[in-house]
Design a protein around this ligand. Structure first.
Ligand code: ME8
Length: 642
């Protein structure tokens, strides 16, 4: 019987379309799942969406639709992107699914009945974007320790989970299972920063909003979104405290939860404690992968640097995007993404090294032997090529067992380079000129085809479509990992297919120009002045086009080399916008922080002195000075102005 392997991703928030950073996780997990299937495991691969919480409730209210309509739209968008990326998941869970809701309610009830959850009063700080509670000492400069944004104070009746009761058992478990938290560096962070200082009881219900799973025995309380979300890993398998489904019995405990480094605390502390309280086994491993950054910045829509998977797939094709993500992200450190890097990787690795190797080899097989694969005939340089292929398969397996996809791909590309070098060494076109070398020429091409077969088998978890095309071109269906135990899987007498370029070289300059056109362009200074001059009386409909809102300045600094400009981060409802304004002569950055200002939010984004600005702060100005518009009485940021 096959050994089981249960692998999961984090479930994505349905607050917005996922950017390429979120998409990295599904691609990484998919590559591991495909590799495990290839190694003969009975894999269950789970992904899905996290659909409750205040953030989503607020986003729906802003969009003027119900939360359910909102999450239906975004969950659809997320699934479409996961499918576009070729994710081979076995189940897609939504936390609004009926079976999940019912099971979470039963879990909560059980924990309450056995006394692990009790009723008390919550007073503290809450970060809406992170859906997390903090005590005063946990705040950093008064802001959320995770994302640095503003936190709200709250006081309300709430249910609490006795985390501290399980603290020692968890410490012991982490000690006894040294591979539980990966990478190693992250384990230290969890133990030293969270476990050792002592766990506080966790607030696990809310009454201040209602977009959540109701507590069945206390109206007005909804279950804390992380209790709801973490449970997905077992509810998806049909778990209920009193009746555990077949899938649960077969696949639980998870072999690995693949998640981002920012949510490690929830997975290595809250989740194991929940399972201990339920009396269930703990997952075998939690892998907190690093983040994908745009240069040195976090990827985010409000920073204007969000890159989306569907745009990249349109430009480069799905496998090239998968390849880039998996080879560019190191194991423990953050990786970066830029169009320039993608184009460069595409042209060097995929077009020049891999594509060229396959194309040349298949074309020569057609030209010299009418496509018919010849018997191997030994000669110089063969041993080195064969040893490299066998060693690559071994190394690749080791790297993949440790989730080191970038290192595995580096080994694979090394074999592709070694194979191209073999062509330069054996000079098939010279052998073709000498009739007495015909058999050796057949042997050389045999070795190249076999080497390409190794590459196709090893690449298939990373680039499934490309691997398929490679098998077709070299005329084999022998795609098992086990066949890589020896060099000689190609069948003499069979025929190769038609040579077709796998990756056509990209014209970097032309493509970058096209990409620049896709980005929001900055209007020229002169054009802006013209617009002002031409202004005339407007109708109320014209005025209604302006989306004015109250904004809170949360940070501000001078724009380098521009003495009039300040670049400020303005919180408007749930999002933080960056706005550049010509107010540096009237306000210092320090004076600005904490002010409530009036913001025109639907102004076309522009770049001023190379800095992205996504809106305008309104001010009254004449030759003598400038003063900012503000609201007479305090109003929450995000309040619309009409
Ligand atoms: O955290 N690079 O959802 P989410 C790499 N709903 N990974 C990134 C990333 C980046 N730039 N940005 C985000 C949640 N991620 C919760 C999870 S699980 C029970 C609940 C990762 O949509 C992030 O670390 O904000 C997380 O693992 C995943 O994308 C989904 O993030």
């Amino acid at each position: 019987m096959k050994e089981k392997y249960y692998i999961t991703t984090a479930i994505a928030y349905t607050s917005r379309k996922p950017h390429i950073g979120n998409t990295y996780e599904i691609v990484l997990t998919d590559a591991i799942a495909r590799y495990k299937r290839q190694r003969g495991y009975d894999v269950f691969f789970l992904t899905g969406t996290d659909e409750h919480g205040q953030k989503i409730g607020e986003a729906a209210a802003e969009a003027g639709i119900t939360p359910q309509q909102y999450v239906d739209n975004v969950a659809g968008e997320i699934k479409t992107i996961w499918d576009l990326m070729g994710a081979s998941y076995d189940h897609f869970i939504r936390t609004t699914d009926d079976y999940h809701v019912k099971s979470v309610q039963k879990i909560f009830n059980k924990l309450y009945e056995q006394g692990d959850i009790y009723k008390g009063e919550y007073e503290g700080w809450y970060c809406v974007p992170c859906e997390s509670f903090f005590t005063k000492t946990q705040l950093v400069d008064g802001c959320c320790p995770d994302c640095g944004r503003e936190v709200k104070t709250t006081k309300e009746e709430a249910y609490f989970f006795k985390m501290s009761k399980y603290q020692d058992r968890l410490m012991q478990y982490i000690e006894d299972n040294p591979d539980f938290i990966q990478p190693e560096s992250r384990k230290k962070e969890m133990v030293n920063n969270f476990l050792k200082p002592g766990l506080q009881d966790l607030c696990v219900s809310r009454t201040s909003f209602d977009w959540g799973i109701p507590v069945t025995f206390d109206d007005g309380h909804v279950i804390y979104v992380w209790i709801d979300a973490l449970s997905n890993y077992i509810t998806a398998l049909g778990y209920e405290p009193d009746a555990q489904g077949e899938l649960y019995k077969k696949y639980w405990p998870a072999d690995v939860h693949i998640i981002g480094k920012d949510i490690l605390r929830f997975h290595t502390i809250y989740w194991p404690i929940m399972l201990m309280a339920l009396g269930e086994p703990l997952p075998k491993q939690i892998f907190g992968h690093p983040w994908l950054l745009a240069g040195v910045d976090k990827i985010s829509k409000s920073r204007g640097n969000a890159i989306y998977a569907d745009d990249l797939v349109n430009l480069f094709g799905v496998d090239a995007v998968r390849y880039y993500l998996l080879c560019e992200m190191p194991y423990a450190q953050d990786g970066t993404i830029s169009y320039e890097n993608i184009i460069s990787r595409y042209n060097t690795d995929l077009a020049n090294v891999l594509g060229n190797l396959v194309n040349r080899t298949v074309a020569m097989q057609q030209k010299y032997f009418g496509g018919v694969i010849q018997a191997p005939v030994a000669g110089d340089f063969d041993e080195e090529l064969q040893a490299c292929a066998l060693e690559t398969a071994k190394l690749c397996a080791e790297k993949m067992d440790g989730f080191k996809t970038a290192e595995a791909l580096a080994e694979i590309m090394n074999l592709a380079r070694r194979s191209n070098k073999y062509i330069d060494e054996t000079l098939p076109w010279a052998l073709a000129k000498d009739e007495s070398q015909k058999a050796r020429l057949g042997g050389v091409l045999y070795n190249l085809l076999e080497s390409i077969r190794f590459l196709a088998v090893l690449l298939s978890p990373f680039m499934p479509e490309t691997a398929e095309a490679m098998f077709k071109q070299i005329g084999t269906t022998e795609d098992s990992f086990d066949s890589l135990a020896s060099f000689g899987g190609m069948k003499p007498g069979a025929s190769v297919g038609t040579p077709e370029p796998l990756f056509a070289r990209l014209d970097e300059k032309k493509l970058l120009e096209e990409i620049a056109k896709m980005q929001p362009a900055a209007p020229k200074q002169e054009e802006k002045k013209e617009e002002v001059k031409e202004s005339a009386a407007i109708s109320i409909e014209d005025f209604a086009k302006l989306d004015l809102k109250v904004g809170l300045v949360v940070a501000s600094e001078r724009v380098e080399g521009a003495d009039k400009l300040l670049v400020s981060q303005i919180k408007i409802g749930d999002e933080v916008r960056q706005i550049v304004s010509g107010i540096a002569k009237a306000y210092s950055p320090e004076e600005l922080v904490g002010k409530k200002v009036v913001v025109l939010t639907n102004l076309k984004p522009v770049k001023l002195r190379g800095v992205l600005s996504e809106g305008m702060i309104l001010a009254a100005a004449d030759k003598k000075g400038l003063t900012l518009l503000t609201v007479d009485q305090d109003m929450p940021e995000g309040t619309p102005i009409s």
